[in-house]
Design a protein around this ligand. Structure first.
Ligand SMILES: [Zn+2]
Ligand SMILES: [Zn+2]
Length: 111
């Protein structure tokens, strides 16, 4: 499974105004190239082609959105806890503070 140079024949140009995967291009991880190819396997090295993005920027955007949703959910839950059981919330906060202080003390050493 190595690049034989055949893939350059199918090399795809970067599309304007749309994504590579969106325009039907596929990515070969072995040849490190985007190609215009109908099959699922690279015509050059025979490795499975990627048809979905693995773009870090795209992933980060997705993760940021998920995290925002989770924060909202956590905030909502925290408010509920304080309203329903203030005693439990207080003891949890105390434990968290102790942990946070310990972390601060350890961190400069680790860096
Ligand atoms: Zn190749
Ligand atoms: Zn390939």
């Amino acid at each position: 499974m190595t690049c034989k140079g055949i893939c350059t024949r199918y090399k795809a140009q970067k599309p304007v105004g749309t994504g590579r995967y969106a325009s039907g291009q596929k990515r070969c991880q072995i040849c490190e190239i985007f190609i215009k190819w109908e099959g699922l396997w690279c015509p050059c090295c025979g490795y499975r082609l990627r048809t979905k993005p693995r773009n870090l920027k795209y992933k980060a955007k997705l993760r940021a959105r998920v995290e925002a949703d989770q924060l909202e959910a956590v905030a909502g839950r925290a408010m509920e806890v304080e309203e329903i059981a203030p005693v439990v919330a207080k003891s949890t906060r105390k434990a968290k503070t102790t942990k946070a202080v310990k972390k601060v003390a350890i961190e400069p050493v680790a860096i």
